[in-house]
Design a protein around this ligand. Structure first.
Ligand SMILES: [Fe+2]
Length: 373
């Protein structure tokens, strides 16, 4: 297809949008494929009623009664599932009495709250809020909680987690690979952890196709005293993510991509200056994300583009139905020069299914929050 123009349109997208009109981006392949900009009289999110399965949804993750909150023996709760990957919430109150090994895929644990450490085959990694902890498929590990409860958003992907190509930005943007922290071996398990006499057993739970197989050893399973290679558990904190911005042009959310795994993309929205050119758009443009379901997890700050959203909440915007700034957000953005929010976006090429347990913490009126003034 070739470039066409019909009607009265600005020459530069996202800049000098005609007074009283709304700009919508209609595109393929996220924000990098064929695309048109549509200039509308009404916001495409100005519906009064929705029937059927597609609607924006919001959930309070910090109110979810996960199994691992009630019992140290419990597991995280699976909340969303697509053929590309799954999302889980863990609200672990106490350290894991067992070890776990995921044979279904790689895991990324985003730490929303709490401190402690991951003990893995590769050594120990301390965690704190804002950390992404990447655990390769098949790694044996456990979570040791120091401040409780810890809240983790866990992304599971059958395809290996990798760093996105940065193209012309170069390989040291948006964080230097030297900032990926590796675990420390600390000389193996502590003597107190190995003690217990001849009857002591250590349990490893192996997850395959969502089912656990329990294996017991008469010795501590994290007995690695040395390793070498390019597959290891790693950690990155969002504070080390240095976003790209433009003072004169609203960049699409895809510039914040942090990790990629097949059809799953994980992106970080961190504090940054907003566009300073008075003609440049400051809030996200309307779109109907045709090729990805979009999940946003709100970690910290004031989420000015979405009213009524608190830290610890998660929104799901499915493919096909519009989303964009709420009317209040457009007004609120006018005097703003910076954003202080921290949020994590998880996109899935194939649609997510909401698992029934998650519906218990759904904020039911979220889909109508665009029509309020
Ligand atoms: Fe979006």
């Amino acid at each position: 297809m070739y470039l066409l123009k019909k009607g009265k349109v600005p020459l530069q997208a996202h800049v000098a949008i005609p007074e009283g009109l709304c700009e919508e981006e209609h595109g393929r392949q996220g924000f990098s494929g064929p695309v048109s900009h549509l200039y509308r009289i009404h916001p495409p999110t100005g519906w009064v009623r929705i029937e059927g399965p597609l609607r924006p949804r919001a959930f309070a993750c910090s109110a979810l009664a996960t199994q691992d909150l009630g019992s140290s023996d419990g597991h995280p709760a699976e909340v969303l599932r697509s053929p590309d990957g799954g999302l889980f919430i863990s609200r672990r109150a106490t350290s894991m009495p067992y070890f776990v090994r995921n044979a279904d895929g790689d895991e990324v644990h985003f730490v929303h709250a709490g401190q402690g450490r991951f003990e893995t085959d590769y050594g120990s990694l301390p965690y704190e809020p804002g950390d992404y902890v990447v655990i390769p498929k098949g790694t044996t590990y456990r979570v040791m909680v120091e401040t409780q409860p810890s809240l983790f958003l866990i992304v599971e992907s059958e395809e290996a987690i990798r760093l996105p190509e940065r193209g012309l930005l170069g390989q040291h943007a948006l964080f230097d690979r030297g900032l990926l922290a590796a675990p420390e071996l600390d000389g193996g398990p502590a003597p107190s952890d190995q003690a217990g006499g001849e009857t002591r057993e250590w349990e490893v739970r192996i997850k395959r196709r969502g089912e656990y197989t329990r294996v017991w050893y008469p010795f501590h399973p994290l007995d690695v005293v040395g390793w070498k290679g390019d597959l290891w558990a790693a950690k990155l904190n969002v504070r080390d993510f240095r976003p790209v911005t433009s003072p004169r042009y609203h960049l699409p959310p895809s510039v914040h991509a942090t990790f990629q795994a097949g059809g799953i993309l994980i992106s970080s929205f961190v504090p940054r200056p907003l566009e300073s050119d008075p003609e440049a758009l400051k809030v996200p443009f309307y779109h109907r994300n045709m090729d990805y379901d979009e999940v946003l997890f709100y970690h910290r700050g004031n989420f000015f583009s979405r009213a009524g959203i608190q830290p610890g909440m998660l929104t799901l915007h499915p493919q096909g139905i519009h989303h964009g700034p709420q009317p209040q957000a457009v007004e609120a953005s006018k005097g703003k020069t910076h954003t202080e929010e921290v949020a994590v976006m998880i996109e899935s090429r194939r649609p997510f299914v909401v698992l029934p347990e998650f519906e218990a913490v759904e904020q039911k009126d979220y889909a109508l929050s665009w029509s309020r003034s």
